[in-house]
Design a protein around this ligand. Structure first.
Ligand SMILES: [Zn+2]
Ligand SMILES: [Zn+2]
Length: 290
């Protein structure tokens, strides 16, 4: 399995524009956005969450937080495990949510650390990985964020890559490992949050690009706040990402229409990387007879 497919395999989530968006990335115990329904869907897996990274304060991305905190304090799991909530600096809706939670959720059994972020900060994750927020384009007055999970790696400098092994060993013995190697950042996952299409440089050669594609057609877009499938596939091609995940589709579209549009664009634009999407049809619950 390629690294990109492995990353996608470790990603769980839900997304429907204006209703709810959240994604859980298991290896880093990280919840990206916290839309309604997250606790119901994840159940006991909520204890696997160490941090929540919020992209912006719209209801469909934050409404699940009060429920998540309550469930984490009362379900079957480690009730004392602390939780960090990252969010864009000075986001007024999230500051209101913070006050609402203080007033209504009551005393929790664990500590919640609220941490404002600005773009390009580096938050250490496990091993040599980092969470890096960046500015998205969502038409708000304040800062809205996307997030990257970046792995810090080391490789041989280009000039030494074809050298016979013994010569390389001698060089390392004489001058140390640093003399022949260089460090670089590799993007494992880039999550756009809600955004117009991002600059491809932000996710250059990323393993997985997870990007807002609210619209199937640019004509359906009334405000410049969300991207189209075509824009995102073109940007993914430019950046040569290894795989793409499309999310945040508008509920105006039906499932077959979404699949048809993506399939046609993949062919027309000659997209060679695997393309994934998330869309949920409404499935009302009915009472079941025993
Ligand atoms: Zn949204
Ligand atoms: Zn939004």
């Amino acid at each position: 399995m390629t690294l990109a497919l492995e990353i996608l395999d470790n990603l769980y989530g839900f997304s429907l524009a204006k209703y709810a968006t959240w994604f859980f990335y298991k290896p880093d115990h990280l919840l990206l956005d916290v839309g309604e329904g997250v606790s119901v869907a994840m159940r006991n897996m909520i204890y696997g969450i160490n941090s929540v990274a919020i992209t912006h304060g719209h209801g469909d991305h934050i409404a699940g937080l009060p429920g998540l905190l309550r469930s984490r304090a009362s379900s079957m799991g480690d009730k004392e495990k602390p939780l960090t909530v990252y969010y864009p600096k000075e986001d007024r809706s999230i500051n209101k949510l913070y006050r609402y939670i203080k007033d209504t959720v009551g005393k929790l059994t664990f500590e919640v650390c609220w941490q404002e972020l600005e773009e390009n900060q580096k938050i250490p994750l496990a091993f040599n990985r980092y969470l890096v927020p960046f500015a998205s384009h969502h038409g708000e007055n304040g800062l809205t964020l996307g997030y990257k999970i970046v792995e810090h790696r080391t490789r041989l400098k280009l000039a030494y890559r074809d050298l016979p092994q013994q010569e390389l060993i001698n060089l390392i013995k004489q001058h140390g490992k640093q003399s022949v190697s260089e460090s670089y950042d590799h993007i494992l996952l880039c999550f756009s949050g809600d955004s117009m299409v991002l600059n491809p440089q932000i996710f250059d050669h990323a393993e997985v690009l997870l990007h807002d594609t609210t619209f199937l057609k640019a004509e359906d877009r009334d405000e410049n706040t969300h991207a189209t499938v075509e824009e995102v596939l073109l940007a993914a091609k430019t950046a040569q990402v290894a795989a793409v995940g499309l999310f945040h589709f508008s509920a105006r579209y039906r499932h077959p229409e979404i699949v048809e549009t993506i399939t046609k664009l993949v062919q027309d634009l000659q997209i060679t990387c695997p393309v994934f999407y998330i869309f949920s049809n409404p499935s009302p619950l009915s009472l079941r007879k025993i």
